[in-house]
Ligand binder design. Structure first.
Ligand SMILES: [Zn+2]
Length: 222
């Protein structure tokens, strides 16, 4: 079978996502790219994480054609391929459905920097406009919201997607960081105790996601 190691990592991360409550039975999807072979290993559509085996993983080319596997690839395959094309350094992509990040996306256009760990994802995270699951509109919306310099975004009323220049475990860690930040921001906002401290504001930036270039520059220097 092609991409044996990548298949095993996808199964392992799928179980971790499920154990941490970042996906439900079969929601979300995970992929790893082999840049030299121009192939992507991706979760099959509808596969239940706790039962998924390495041989279930589907191998597709960069146009989404199935190269190996007898199941359908994830319906979000083109969202993953879009990120790989837009970010030649990305090695793996994780898309999951964490509750607090999705809840935050219903009432906000971006998640501010509220925990130090967000430095690893360039601070604030944009909320991508809503498009239906599996549509070209969603794939483009995700690519646009991640942007050329970003790693991740929240998909409004849907989930989180993150691409890593390292590996699939790092991509999952970014999703966990976003979910932790959204959870903490939600608790703080719900307390009704007034303005929330954010690292963005501490650096003198209050203009929302689009005003965060200063944060990015600061982050790059530090
Ligand atoms: Zn999804």
């Amino acid at each position: 079978m092609l991409m044996q190691k990548e298949r095993e990592q996808i199964v392992e991360v799928g179980k971790l996502l499920y154990d941490k409550g970042l996906v439900q039975m079969s929601g979300g999807n995970v992929s790893i790219i082999d840049r030299k072979a121009s192939l992507v290993a991706i979760k099959p559509s509808g596969a239940v994480y706790i039962h998924m085996k390495p041989e279930d993983i589907i191998i597709v080319d960069l146009d989404g054609n199935v190269v190996e596997g007898d199941k359908h690839p994830s319906i979000e395959t083109f969202m993953h391929l879009g990120l790989y094309k837009d970010h030649p350094d990305f090695q793996a992509v994780v898309h999951c459905h964490p509750l607090h990040a999705v809840a935050w996306s219903l009432q906000h256009d971006y998640l501010p920097s509220v925990i130090a760990a967000q430095w690893s994802i360039n601070g604030a995270v944009k909320v991508a406009p809503y498009f239906g699951a599996g549509t070209p509109g969603l794939a483009q919306s995700a690519v646009d919201a991640v942007g050329k310099d970003g790693f991740a975004c929240i998909l409004r009323a849907h989930g989180v997607i993150a691409g890593s220049p390292h590996d699939i475990f790092h991509a999952m860690e970014m999703c966990v960081t976003i979910e932790d930040a959204a959870h903490i921001a939600s608790i703080c906002e719900a307390s009704g105790r007034g303005e929330m401290f954010t690292i963005d504001r501490q650096l003198g930036e209050e203009g929302g996601y689009d005003g965060l270039e200063k944060i990015r520059r600061f982050s790059a220097q530090s």
